[in-house]
Design a protein around this ligand. Structure first.
Ligand code: CMC
Length: 430
């Protein structure tokens, strides 16, 4: 893997040869793992701007070109042609499934969709107006108290069963968190429906009334789930890896990923975008909000704009923008005015020197909420939708890490800036 080296020389003249690693594509990576041993220094990189924390074969992003691949397949092709479970299989196992493999995968996921009846009691511990993401963190974490038959993380088959359980149960738990919120009874999963249709049924059916599936809604959810399925070493995935690196329970690791996703700088942005658009309210107010986003004294940011990796269009945002029209035209109670406002906001921001200079483009979350809202999903559930879709990404990375012979506990170092050594002073002398 390393056929190149880089020489680093300190001010005192000590030198060290560092290996340069080359992936399939992407920039070369300096392997600094021997740096402390050889030179007694650490590296400093807050936010991991220049640091590769692992090697991975799952997802590739070229932020300069605005490209995203899952296992080598461009996101545009998968979004247009694949089903979510086909993509889930691809992320988990490395290749697109043949028809019998997909049928078997669908069967397995279907038969893990129910949650233990006692798990329902956990929901009752939450007040009805608890944020559904708070419920998700708690209930998914509580899954770690179940399934003792398959929790040996050193057994690849046990890991696979846990992975299937998480992918299958996440929509059931998500829909239940919504039902708890609106005070309706939970709806059991239906094994005659596919993954996305089953989720919509659990969300919107009631014991009194069946939910009529709308193929446009199912297609839209399938597409958004594919776009959110993985995104290499983002904050929540890195959180799952770090939690898992201590050999923690896999369900607890995924709960930690959900906690990290919730923040508005990450997956919570889809909810924040809708709140922001509703607050802006009218095209005539856009100027004011753009001015606020540029004002360094004002903490306000244009939500759904900017990305750590993409310094060009986020390809996922481009795909979602395209299908917004189709979805909105098909929904009786649509939010076209909100979409028009978003389009105008994007247009104005992209003409503004501040956004141009900093290469700030709309990201995946800028338009996803508009679609979810048109489907009748409330703002507070948007990040939950993201969590359902991203579960396969988290699980795929956890499985990859557990299989990696180089895997060690994640243990970053620090620049200590506290007090120098000092002696304890007895209370009466302070
Ligand atoms: N509005 C206004 N200014 C911004 C924005 C924004 N949305 N995003 C970045 N900037 C400015 C920032 O103030 C800084 O300016 P300066 O160089 O003058 O100090 C510059 O652009 C670089 O920003 P940064 O915060 O250093 O960039 P980062 O890579 O640390 O943060 C980000 C990336 C996504 C957290 C940030 O762009 C942001 O807060 N965006 C809004 C929240 C959002 O949409 N998040 C969803 C991300 S995509 C989905 C996901 O990850 O789940």
């Amino acid at each position: 893997m390393s056929d190149n080296t880089m020489k680093l020389t300190s001010a005192e003249g000590h030198s060290v040869e560092l290996n340069l690693r080359k992936g399939t594509v992407g920039p070369e990576v300096v392997d600094i793992s021997s740096l402390y041993r050889e030179m007694g220094v650490f590296t400093y990189d807050p936010g991991f701007v220049s640091t590769a924390s692992c090697q991975s074969a799952i997802t590739y992003i070229d932020g300069g070109k605005g490209e995203l691949w899952y296992r080598g397949y461009p996101i545009e092709q998968l979004a247009e042609r694949a089903s979510y479970l086909e993509v889930a299989y691809l992320l988990l196992y490395g290749d697109l499934p043949h028809a019998p493999q997909l049928a078997e995968f669908q069967r397995i996921i279907r038969y893990h969709t129910m949650i233990n009846e006692t798990l329902k009691n956990f929901f009752n511990g939450f007040h009805y107006d608890a944020h559904p993401m708070a419920v998700m963190v708690g209930v998914v974490g509580s899954l770690s108290a179940f399934y003792h038959d398959s929790l040996d993380i050193h057994d690849p088959r046990h890991r696979e069963i846990s992975a299937h359980r998480m992918i299958a149960k996440m929509p059931t738990i998500a829909a239940a968190s919504y039902k708890h919120n609106v005070g309706e009874p939970f709806i059991y999963p239906r094994n005659d429906l596919d993954y996305c249709a089953n989720f919509l049924n659990m969300m919107f059916a009631t014991p009194c009334e069946e939910y009529t599936q709308d193929p446009v809604a199912v297609k839209a959810v399938n597409l958004l789930f594919i776009l959110h399925a993985d995104h290499e070493q983002n904050a929540s995935t890195s959180t799952v890896r770090l939690a898992g690196s201590s050999q923690a329970n896999p369900f607890a690791c995924i709960a930690s990923g959900i906690a990290s996703l919730w923040g508005p700088a990450h997956g919570g942005a889809n909810e924040a975008v809708l709140d922001m658009l509703q607050e802006i309210g009218d095209v005539s107010n856009i100027d004011k909000y753009i001015a606020r986003a540029k004002d360094k004294q004002d903490p306000f940011r244009l939500m759904g704009f900017g990305h750590r990796v993409y310094k060009n269009h986020d390809p996922r945002a481009t795909i979602i923008r395209k299908i917004c029209h189709e979805v909105l035209n098909n929904m009786a109670d649509n939010d076209s005015p909100l979409f028009e406002l978003a389009l105008r906001l994007e247009e104005m921001a992209l003409q503004d020197e501040y956004f141009i200079e900093r290469k700030l483009y709309p990201n995946v979350d800028f338009y996803s909420g508009i679609i979810y809202r048109a489907l009748g999903i409330p703002n507070s559930m948007f990040t939950v939708m993201f969590a359902i879709a991203r579960t396969v990404g988290w699980v795929a990375h956890w499985m990859e890490m557990m299989d990696d012979p180089q895997q060690r506990i994640g243990r970053p170092r620090q620049v200590y800036t506290g007090a120098d050594r000092r002696d304890y002073i007895p209370l009466e002398h302070r």
